[in-house]
Design a protein around this ligand. Structure first.
Ligand code: AMP
Ligand code: ZN
Length: 475
């Protein structure tokens, strides 16, 4: 079974549509049932914008892009909300701004660093075939919300002021450690660093810290300062997705302390049992058995893989990088190698160019993805479909629709090659379907156009009030 599940109008009763995911909270594979079919909500921690993203950072972006596409297929394009933040306040950003723009006032230097890095990130991941999330909040636009949440935590006895900081009291929450399964005693025993004198407990973490005159800061009841990293995600996720939502994702390294602390903040501030019902974490992309990271110095940026010849003496197309990533299950480690990229490239070379279609993806293909996002099996099915695609227009259509859910081999919209009449006809057909309240069918047409880079904008004619839809080509 796939999209043809039992749609419900009951806003609070989500439906199981075949998708099962491994939930880090239970360490088990569970049926995915959203809070509401009308609005399936997912949050993924985004980049800290101080430097180019490396190909390891691209892994969560690609993995959760596939999940976003699958959810849109299962629940309808307009029924999935995906928020992925930009962390644009961080001491690493300050340090980079000082280094790169020593002659500018710090706030201008910081703006230059975050703007350049954010633009580069957007350009990189678009070339990896990732859709834009529904919302992309920036931390600096939510400082007021962070101050308000910290005030609530202090009022409720979950946070305290000490040594120029506001700290979260980890002993104030009985469930602290529920995600990472660490208890406080273990944390104490394992603590290698001396407890900072002002902390009540070694695990207490910063919600707010005071800034010096040179450092960026915002006024607050505790003085001019800046937020800790964890509070940002608690506030931005609530703003766009509410107090409790469906899926929270990120890389394995975020389970502790980042996600543990997000849960502590959100649940204590809101008085809820959970922050997100499902927590999903991708494994590491590694080089010779070691996690690719800035601090290890063993990284390749997405930008240099795409545009320089630093890796294997050649450039690598975005679709090759993307497919290579999906040829390993998201929870397993990936060893990043030239051999792996060449393997992905050989596969892609055998696959035909997909066509625009309203057909449904193959059942076997969906079954693979529904099984905890088994992209390895999905790629195998796709390869088989690709092999049969020449046999008939129907088979080519099923192959194309399947490829679109994985986001591989997107049809590149080239203005000169666009069949404008065909696009207009499909836009008109979608309007008919909307009038007839065939929402799923209308969504499918919109999706298939989106897969070709055609973005629809719905509006009203100013004079007649009639619904009109315009389209544009997105690159
Ligand atoms: P960071 O910039 O380190 O905060 O990482 C941003 C995102 O990339 C987080 O979700 C990390 O878990 C993820 N990430 C960082 N390094 C890797 C890696 N080598 N493999 C997979 N994911 C990673
Ligand atoms: Zn986060």
């Amino acid at each position: 079974m796939s999209a043809a599940g039992h749609a419900t109008s009951d806003a609070d009763t989500g439906t199981f549509k075949g998708l099962r995911v491994t939930n880090t909270l239970s360490r088990a594979k569970e049926d995915f049932v959203p809070i509401s079919d009308e609005n399936v909500r997912m949050y993924v921690c985004g980049p800290t914008v101080y430097d180019f993203a490396h190909i390891g950072n691209a892994r969560p972006v690609i993995v959760f892009d596939v999940l976003f596409r699958l959810l849109r297929h299962l629940y309808g394009t307009d029924h999935v909300t995906y928020a992925r933040n930009i962390t644009d306040v961080d001491d690493k950003i300050n340090a980079r701004a000082l280094r790169d723009h020593p002659d500018l006032p710090l706030n201008e230097a910081i703006a230059k660093v975050t703007e350049k890095t954010t633009n580069q990130f957007h350009a990189d991941i678009a070339r990896l075939g990732c859709l834009e999330p529904t919302h992309e909040p920036r931390a600096t636009a939510h400082i007021g919300g962070m101050v308000a949440m910290i005030e609530i935590l202090i009022d409720k006895g979950n946070a305290y002021v000490a040594g120029g900081e506001v700290l979260f009291d980890t002993t104030s929450m009985t469930d602290y450690g529920c995600l990472s399964k660490r208890n406080l005693d273990e944390q104490k025993a394992g603590a290698r660093i001396a407890v900072e004198a002002h902390k009540k407990n070694p695990g207490d973490f910063v919600l707010w810290k005071l800034s010096s005159d040179e450092e960026p800061g915002w006024e607050s009841p505790w003085g001019r300062g800046r937020p800790g990293w964890h509070i940002e995600c608690s506030v931005m996720s609530e703003h766009h997705l509410g107090k409790v939502f469906d899926i929270h994702g990120g890389g394995l390294d975020l389970i502790f302390p980042h996600h543990e602390n997000e849960i502590a903040q959100s649940c204590c501030a809101h008085g809820t049992q959970k922050m997100s019902n499902y927590w999903m974490h991708n494994g590491f992309l590694q080089v010779e058995g070691r996690k690719m990271s800035k601090s290890e110095g063993n990284f390749f940026t997405i930008h240099e893989l795409l545009d320089s010849e630093n890796f294997g003496g050649r450039k690598w197309p975005g679709e090759v990088l993307r497919l290579a990533m999906l040829m390993t299950h998201y929870r397993e480690p990936i060893d990043f190698s030239i051999k792996r990229l060449e393997e992905a490239e050989r596969l892609l070379a055998k696959w035909p160019e997909p066509v625009a279609t309203d057909a449904a993806p193959s059942e076997a293909f969906l079954e693979a993805l529904n099984d905890d996002l088994n992209t390895v099996a999905a790629v195998q099915v796709l390869h088989q479909l690709a092999g049969e695609a020449a046999q008939s227009a129907d088979k080519l259509a099923v192959y194309s629709a399947s490829a679109a859910v994985l986001g591989v081999r997107p049809v590149t919209a080239d203005m000169s090659a666009l069949d404008i009449a065909s696009i207009d006809a499909r836009v008109a057909e979608r309007l008919e379907q909307l009038k007839a309240k065939n929402w799923a069918e209308a969504d499918r047409i919109r999706d298939s156009l989106a897969a070709e880079g055609i973005v629809l904008k719905d509006g009203k004619d100013a004079q007649t009030g009639e619904r009109v839809t315009t389209w544009e080509v997105k690159r």
